[in-house]
Design a protein around this ligand. Structure first.
Ligand code: NAD
Length: 349
């Protein structure tokens, strides 16, 4: 066995019901005294920031971090001479904190409120005139993440489900992405098991903590695996669809994932068997589809707003971006078939 695995240096705290105290400790630990709080929803974030010296509260957050939104936030950080960024929100909020850290080197304490997982990666993303650019940089990795499942109780069930599938997509793609290794796969499999266990409970009892905690724990493992393994075909497809047509992030992942799994799993029977075990199903695909049906997750790109004439436009861009090491070689035919099936909401072939 020969591989090299880089761990990202990050402090992780699971603190259900205790985010405010944990955030205060972490800000003190960093020796910081001028906090820039970043959140799309000030009311939701305020209790988390009760014990830290907030210099400025910034709520100008937008999905996929448009460059002008990033520039405005950087100016606010500069004008208020802040020395730490505390983000409280989903991937869009964490993404904005990362955009500031990218150019300023300011440390981030991240408090996630969805299952997107951005907080556990060193990947940043910025959108300029509809084109999304991403990169990896150690400056954007939050120094500390505070996970508090009680903050998820307000996340509506459909958003929770899509976000949970976004986490599963990190797991599934990590099984075969370009830089994957046995550690990434182990994390991804435990991530699948935890999300599979937690998400139906979130749907059944959205105000109960146990399901939220399991899903959050799985989402963290998923993101760690993904940060190390890199993007596989699934993420390339969703990246193209999100960037070119502005489709909603988590929901697009939810719709596309079974189709990529159906394309790739037959080429890697051993990985399929291990994912099936994690799902507690006969195959990875039947496990994923059962979870999709149980949680009433979205199934069609058409319903998410993709137009029929956009489908052929996406195909060559996906073929360009697809990793050459994808388990099943990609062709115009199989990508076209995959997109049409996902567009119509057909069962994956
Ligand atoms: P989001 O952050 O835009 O949140 C979705 C919606 O949920 C928003 O309206 C938000 O206000 C609301 N919301 C968030 N938390 C809530 C809560 N607890 N209660 C009620 N409402 C709440 O969406 P997302 O799916 O979390 O993140 C998507 C973004 O993150 C995309 O831009 C994506 O590219 C990025 N992302 C980046 C990485 C990375 O590694 N860099 C990984 C995953 C996602």
């Amino acid at each position: 066995m020969q591989f090299t695995h880089d761990w990202l240096p990050q402090r992780i705290r699971f603190a259900t019901g205790g985010a405010a105290g944990a955030v205060a400790e972490e800000v003190r630990r960093l020796g910081a005294s001028r906090v820039m709080a970043i959140a799309s929803d000030q009311t939701r974030a305020t209790p988390v920031l009760a014990d830290v010296p907030v210099e400025v509260f910034h709520t100008d957050v937008a999905m996929h971090v448009p460059v002008e939104v990033a520039e405005r936030a950087r100016s606010v950080a500069h004008d208020h001479d802040v020395d730490v960024l505390v983000s409280v929100g989903g991937g869009s909020t964490t993404g904005l904190a990362k955009a500031i850290a990218l150019t300023t080197g300011l440390p981030i304490v991240a408090v996630p409120t969805t299952y997107a997982g951005s907080e556990a990666t060193d990947v940043w993303g910025l959108t300029d005139q509809g084109r999304k650019t991403t990169g990896a940089d150690s400056r954007v990795l939050p120094r500390c993440v505070v996970y508090d499942a009680s903050l998820m109780l307000s996340l509506p069930v459909p958003t929770s489900v899509a976000s949970g599938f976004n986490a599963l997509a990190h797991c599934v793609d990590s099984m075969w992405a370009t830089r994957t290794d046995p550690i990434d796969r182990a994390l991804a499999l435990e991530g699948i098991r935890a999300v599979r266990d937690g998400l139906p409970r979130v749907v059944e009892e959205p105000m109960e903590l146990a399901g939220r905690e399991q899903t959050l724990y799985g989402a963290y493992l998923a993101a760690v695996a993904f940060a190390s393994a890199g993007s596989g075909l699934h993420h390339k497809i969703c990246h193209v669809l999100g960037g070119m047509f502005g489709l909603p992030h988590a929901e697009t992942h939810t719709v596309v994932l079974p189709h990529v799994l159906a394309l790739n799993a037959p080429a890697v029977p051993d990985l399929d068997r291990r994912m099936a075990e994690a799902f507690g199903a006969e195959s990875a695909l039947t496990g994923l589809l059962a979870l999709r049906d149980e949680t009433d997750a979205p199934t069609s790109l058409r319903d998410l707003g993709l137009r029929a004439d956009d489908v052929p436009k996406a195909v060559p861009v996906i073929l360009d971006a697809a990793p050459p090491s994808n388990p099943t070689p990609v062709t115009t035919e199989n990508i076209e078939a995959l997109l049409w099936a996902a567009w119509e909401g057909k069962e994956p072939a």
